[in-house]
Design a protein around this ligand. Structure first.
Ligand code: ZN
Length: 505
C-alpha cells in the first residue's frame, strides 16, 4: 500500500462527515422555509449559525490543509478529471477560499442572513422597505468584508460570484449579458407591436389547488422526479434542496387564479431535483457527487421548465391530461391557444412570473444593482428608487409599490450576492444543451409527444449529472457542446418559437 493511501481514505471520510453536517443544516433551512412556526426564528438562527461555524471550522482546519499538501504530489492528482483528482482539486479550492474568511465573519453572516430573511418576509407583508433596510445594510457591509477577505483582481463582485459560478468573471458576464440584452430588446419590441396577442385569460381562470397539486405531481413524476427519494411541499419562495443521497425536497406555491405559477414552478424545481437525483449516490458528499455550479443547476431546471415544458410536443401529450384535471377552465380552450398563452412575452414586474424572453432583463437589472451595492456606489437606502429606474430603462414599466419592486426577491436579505446571474446563465447553458441533445438523439420531440422523457433524462444524466464537479462549468459546456458559453442558441430558440406564434420570422 502506498504511503498516501491512508491519508486519502482519511480525507474522504472527513469530507463525507462534513457533508453530514451540511445536509443537517440544509434540513433545518428547508424546515425554516416550509414548516417552522413563526416565532421559532431566533432560535433557528442560532442553530444554523452554530452549524455553519462547525462546518467552516472543518473546511478550514489545518489537519485538512496538511492532508491536501501531502496528497498534492501523488498519482491521485495526475488526472484532474478523475474522481480522486477532482476531489483533491475541489476540496483544496474550498479550503483555500474559506480559510481566507475569518470564522466570526462566517458565523455573523449566517446569523444575519437568517434574520435578514425573516425581516424581508415582514417587510414584504407590510410593503415597507424600511423594515428590512437595517438588515440589508448590515449584510451588504458583511459581504463587502467577505469580498475583501477573499480577494479579487478586478472588482469585489468577482469574489462573491465565484462562490456560485466558479471561475466565471464579472467582465465576461457583463459582455455576454449585454449581448443578450441587445438581442432581446428588439425581439420584445417586435412582439409588443405584433397584431396577434396571446389569449392569456385562459390561464387566469379558476384552477383548484387540490387539482393543481395532483396534476403537478403527476407531471413531475412523468419527467422523472423520483418521489421515493424526494418530496414536494408548499413555501412562499420556491426552491429545491438536496439533503442526502436519497432525499431531495422540492417546493412550490399555489395561485388558484393563475395556472402557470405552480405548474411551471413544479417543472422547474423537478428539473433541479432530477439533477440532484442524477448525481452518483456512492460519491455523495464528495465533489464528484456534488453539482458543479448554480448556473449548471439552473440549466437543468430551465431545460425542463421552458425547453420541454413550454414546447408543443410536450403539450401534445399533456394537454388532454390537463383538460381532465381542469374541465371547467380548459374544457373549451384549444391546445394552440393554450400553447400561445403559456408562451406569452410581455414586460412585467415580477421576475419569477416573467416569460422566457424578458426574464433575462430582470437578471441584467439585478446584476447591475448588486455590483453597485458591493462596490459601494449605491446606498441601501437608495435601492427602491434605483430599482424602479432600471425597470423603466430596460422594460419600460414602473413598479407601483416596493412589493412589486425591490421587495420581491429574498436573495439579498439572505446574503446571496452574485447568485442572480446564475439564473440567466442557466437559460444560456440550457439552450446550448438542448440543441446538442437534439443533434445527438433522434426525434426527441416525437418522444415528448408520446409522454416519453427517459431518453433526454438519460442523456442529461450521462453528459452532465454523473460528472458532478469533475468538470468546471466552463469545461462542461465545452465538453458537452463542443463550444464555449454563447448567447446565440437562446436567442435562436426564442425567434424559432415566438415567430410563428406572433406572426413574424
Ligand atoms: Zn431554479
Amino acid at each position: 500500500m502506498a504511503a498516501w493511501e491512508p491519508i486519502w481514505q482519511d480525507l474522504c471520510a472527513y469530507v463525507c462527515e462534513t457533508a453530514l453536517l451540511q445536509s443537517t443544516k440544509e434540513l433545518l433551512e428547508w424546515d425554516e422555509r416550509t414548516m417552522m412556526p413563526q416565532r421559532a426564528g431566533e432560535y433557528r438562527a442560532e442553530q444554523i449559525s452554530i452549524l455553519s461555524g462547525m462546518i467552516h471550522h472543518r473546511q478550514t482546519s489545518s489537519r485538512l490543509g496538511d492532508w491536501l499538501a501531502r496528497l498534492a504530489e501523488t498519482p491521485l492528482t495526475n488526472d484532474p478529471h478523475s474522481d480522486a483528482g477532482a476531489t483533491i482539486r475541489q476540496v483544496r479550492r474550498d479550503h483555500e477560499r474559506l480559510s481566507k474568511v475569518p470564522a466570526p465573519l462566517v458565523k455573523e453572516l449566517a446569523r444575519a442572513s437568517v434574520l435578514g430573511q425573516q425581516a424581508f418576509v415582514r417587510a414584504r407583508k407590510q410593503g415597507q422597505f424600511a423594515l428590512v433596510e437595517p438588515n440589508l445594510q448590515h449584510i451588504v457591509a458583511l459581504k463587502q468584508q467577505e469580498a475583501e477577505a477573499i480577494g479579487y483582481e478586478d472588482t469585489p463582485y468577482d469574489a462573491l460570484l465565484d462562490e456560485f459560478e466558479p471561475h466565471v468573471k464579472t467582465s465576461h458576464l457583463s459582455q455576454i449579458f449585454s449581448e443578450v440584452a441587445e438581442a432581446l430588446v428588439p425581439l420584445i419590441h417586435t412582439i409588443s407591436e405584433a397584431q396577434r396577442q396571446a389569449p392569456t385569460q385562459i390561464l387566469r381562470r379558476h384552477y383548484p389547488e387540490s387539482q393543481q397539486r395532483r396534476f403537478g405531481r403527476q407531471v413531475a413524476e412523468l419527467i422523472g422526479f423520483d418521489f421515493s427519494r424526494g418530496r414536494l411541499d408548499v413555501t412562499d419562495h420556491p426552491f429545491c434542496a438536496g439533503m442526502g443521497p436519497d432525499d431531495c425536497r422540492i417546493t412550490t406555491r399555489y395561485d388558484e387564479r393563475f395556472f402557470s405559477s405552480a405548474f411551471f414552478g413544479i417543472l422547474h424545481e423537478a428539473g433541479h431535483g432530477i439533477y440532484e437525483q442524477g448525481l452518483r449516490t456512492e460519491q455523495y458528499g464528495l465533489p464528484p457527487g456534488t453539482f458543479t455550479s448554480l448556473g449548471i443547476h439552473e440549466s437543468q431546471s430551465r431545460l425542463w421548465e421552458n425547453f420541454v415544458g413550454r414546447s408543443g410536443a410536450f403539450w401534445l401529450h399533456c394537454y388532454p391530461i390537463a383538460q381532465q384535471f381542469f374541465r371547467v377552465a380548459l374544457g373549451d380552450a384549444s391546445v394552440d391557444d393554450f400553447l400561445f398563452a403559456i408562451n406569452e412575452v410581455r414586460p412585467s414586474l415580477i421576475r419569477v412570473d416573467a416569460d422566457e424572453a424578458t426574464y433575462n432583463l430582470h437578471i441584467v437589472i439585478r446584476f447591475e444593482i448588486e455590483q453597485a451595492l458591493i462596490r459601494g456606489d449605491l446606498r441601501v437606502g437608495d435601492l427602491p428608487s434605483a430599482w424602479n429606474a432600471k425597470y423603466r430603462q430596460y422594460l419600460d414599466i414602473t413598479p407601483l409599490d416596493d412589493r412589486q419592486g425591490v421587495l420581491q426577491d429574498i436573495h439579498w436579505s439572505a446574503g446571496l450576492f452574485g447568485y442572480f446571474p446564475t439564473y440567466s446563465l442557466g437559460n444560456l447553458y440550457a439552450a446550448q444543451f438542448i440543441d446538442q441533445a437534439k443533434s445527438e438523439l433522434d426525434d426527441l420531440d416525437e418522444s415528448f409527444s408520446r409522454g416519453e422523457f427517459g431518453t433526454l433524462r438519460q442523456w442529461l444524466r450521462e453528459q452532465i449529472h454523473q460528472h458532478g464537479q469533475r468538470y468546471t462549468p466552463e469545461e462542461l459546456v465545452e465538453k458537452v457542446t463542443g463550444g464555449p458559453l454563447s448567447h446565440r442558441p437562446l436567442i435562436d430558440h426564442l425567434y424559432r418559437k415566438l415567430g410563428p406564434l406572433y406572426g413574424f420570422s
